[in-house]
Design a binder for this molecule. Sequence first.
Ligand SMILES: Cc1cc2nc3c(=O)[nH]c(=O)nc-3n(C[C@H](O)[C@H](O)[C@H](O)COP(=O)(O)O)c2cc1C
Length: 352
Amino acid sequence: MDLYRLAQPLLGLIDPETAHHLTVRALALGLGPHQTMADDPILACHLWGRSFANPLGIAAGFDKQGEAMAALAALGFGFVEIGSVTPRPQPGNPKPRVFRLPEDAAVINRYGFNSDGHDAVKARLARYRAGAHHPTAPLGVNLGKNKESGDAAADYAAGAALFAPYADYLVVNVSSPNTPGLRALQGRAELSGLLERVRGALPESAPPLLLKIAPDLTEEDRRDIASVALDLRLDGLIVSNTTIERPAGLKSRHRAESGGLSGRPLAPLALAALGSMYRLTEGRIPLVGVGGIASGADAYQRIRAGASLIQLYTALVFEGPSLVGRIKGELAARLRADGFRSVADAVGAEHR
Ligand SMILES: Cc1cc2nc3c(=O)[nH]c(=O)nc-3n(C[C@H](O)[C@H](O)[C@H](O)COP(=O)(O)O)c2cc1C
């Protein structure tokens, strides 16, 4: 029985934060759907010495506290990113702080890093890693900073050191619009200082280190980030977080809420930022494309523009978990139709 099909109309009626919470709880209890068929082999990816059965991941912010990792992999995601996690537990912003924009297939959120904190999430990860899980999917841990912290680099360095033994990759998230001053860490000098401290805190055999950036940067900002990323040999860039822009044409009554906008209206911005980062990094750094992906066509376009992996979040809110299988099926068909033998073959094809 597709429990989600029954629950979806009801979830759409209750407030979005409660719906989010209930969905994560249901998944954590094992009530989510399980993909029964193996992924099409054309979707297999190899990156950072890890194997991905498919390139579609669940983006950060859905499972912020690391409660539903096994269920998200079982649902068919090729990898799972949890977080953002802050060092100390913190409540985030006052409610309401999440808004659905159904007419726009979008969400605005200003959660502000509500987090159980490092220790609680680490305990869950340790339990998860001690168990056997099928299918297995690489697991990313997305790091944030406490709102009141005066030393951002110390927060990220602590997270990197703590989670390195449990993560298949780590993400320094300096692009959430809901923590004051956070995005200023994307500036050249700030960023290289920050990333060097994080690198310095990592143990010898550390997982890959990625940086997640905003879609709202200028070309000059992006050039600076690309040069820092190349200089420091960063392992990857996630492009992008939510936008503080409000593109013309938004219809929903919630369009003027403050926070980060995700979903369909973000897609053109995130796609343009991705293509730009691919050019600026000369295809030498793996990119994760995220922002408004809602179909196999979107996924394929993002890969051709330079993404080695892709993620989504908002489309899942509106379409439910059957979307995951649909996107993968469409993507495999498009790759074959254009004569590609793998996802890797198509990465950046548009720039050649
Ligand atoms: C409710 C919500 C919470 C989010 N929380 C985080 C977060 O904690 N850390 C982060 O890096 N990104 C967070 N994001 C951003 C997503 O990971 C993603 O970058 C963005 O939503 C664009 O993808 P989408 O259009 O498919 O949703 C959040 C997004 C939403 C909608």
